[in-house]
Design a protein around this ligand. Structure first.
Ligand code: GLN
Length: 338
């Protein structure tokens, strides 16, 4: 079972809003202090450059839908976005293709298997099961609008930058390192093609996918990106509409079911928020209507999720009353200012 280490931490009920600025700030600091010294987990090294990350890095950012941003620890350290990109590329292709069509094309159900599983694809007749594992993410990247690979890249980079509210750049070293070692993703793309499930060149699509995974972000960036999904598709800092409210909703539903790979059920059980993690150590968790928590710390558990990130998010979900399943008897709060 996922160790969230929240023994004795009071579960606040989910209400319509975050507590005031001061309280959010205080709890973000408390979460950082409480889990800073945790040294369980290991830094990913299957993409060679990722092994250079400092295991001590730990940043927590909370972006509110009202536009406020709380930052504690290493929220300015840039890391490659990796799998977190899947959530936002998915939102962009949903915007293009719509609810029904995209649901058919990439699926929404959990595979119960690791993110890079080939078997998951085989067992499902070559149909990707969801866009948050590599097969479904590669299929989603292939659907990005653009007549050429360059135009598709432009759509991805510009789209993810709109979510972040600033121009995101690629870490070329990460891109080169992953490109040299991503034969498994190339195999997944070929397999999709063999089943008639990839409407683009497999090599070109994996290159685009690898480039999207190499975009550099900070904990604060992913918090703002998540808060855009929490804010009906409008970036709470720039106030630009990035996707429709329906697309934001659909993306969060897919994140709830699949964002933490085969640990998604445990995550929902313990933390109760749609979220997405990546192997470089980022996690973004979204509280619809309220905001998002972006954490960054490179030590990962066996499923590839950041250990400190999981714990800090669990702590903040409980203390800020973010768990979407946590309610209390309505009469018990009558007349109380909450
Ligand atoms: N680029 C990585 C891969 O495709 C992303 C995986 C992840 O963050 N879980 O293997």
């Amino acid at each position: 079972m996922l160790n969230t280490d929240t023994e004795g931490v009071l579960q606040e009920a989910a209400t319509g809003a975050l507590p005031g600025w001061e309280r959010v700030e205080e709890l973000a600091r408390a979460a950082h202090a409480r889990y800073r010294a945790v040294d369980d987990g290991t830094v990913a090294d299957y993409i060679p450059v990722l092994a250079e990350a400092d295991p001590a890095w730990f940043g927590i950012a909370v972006a509110e839908t009202g536009g406020a941003l709380h930052e504690v620890g290493e929220t300015g350290v840039a890391f490659s976005i990796q799998s977190i990109s899947k959530a936002f590329v998915y939102a962009l292709v949903c915007e293009e293709f719509g609810h029904e069509r995209i649901g058919e094309l990439v699926g929404v159900d959990n595979t119960g298997l690791p993110f890079n599983s080939v078997i998951a694809l085989e067992l499902n007749g070559g149909h990707p099961m969801n866009p948050m594992v590599n097969a479904g993410a590669i299929a989603s990247t292939a659907l990005v609008p653009g007549a050429t690979a360059a135009e598709k890249w432009e759509s991805i980079q510009a789209g993810l930058s709109r979510f972040a509210g600033r121009e995101l750049e690629v870490d070329e070293r990460v891109f080169v390192s992953e490109s040299a070692t991503n034969s498994r993703n190339q195999a997944l793309a070929r397999l999709l093609q063999s089943y008639g499930r990839l409407d683009a060149d497999p090599g070109e699509t994996v290159e685009l996918y690898t480039r999207q995974c190499s975009l550099l972000v900070t904990a604060s960036d992913i918090a703002v990106m998540g808060a855009t999904l929490a804010d009906g598709g409008v970036n709470p800092v720039t106030r630009e509409r990035v996707v429709s409210a329906d697309v934001a909703r659909d993306t969060l539903a897919v994140l709830a079911a699949n964002g933490l790979y085969e640990r998604s059920g445990e995550w929902l059980f313990q933390i109760g928020l749609p979220a997405k993690s990546g192997v470089s150590g980022g996690i973004v968790a979204v509280a619809p209507g309220k905001g998002a928590i972006g954490t960054f710390s490179p030590r990962l558990d066996e499923a590839g999720n950041s250990v400190r990130g999981e714990r800090a998010t669990a702590y903040l979900s409980r203390t800020l009353g973010l768990n979407i399943f946590a309610s209390i008897d309505a009469r018990a709060t009558e007349g109380k200012q909450r």
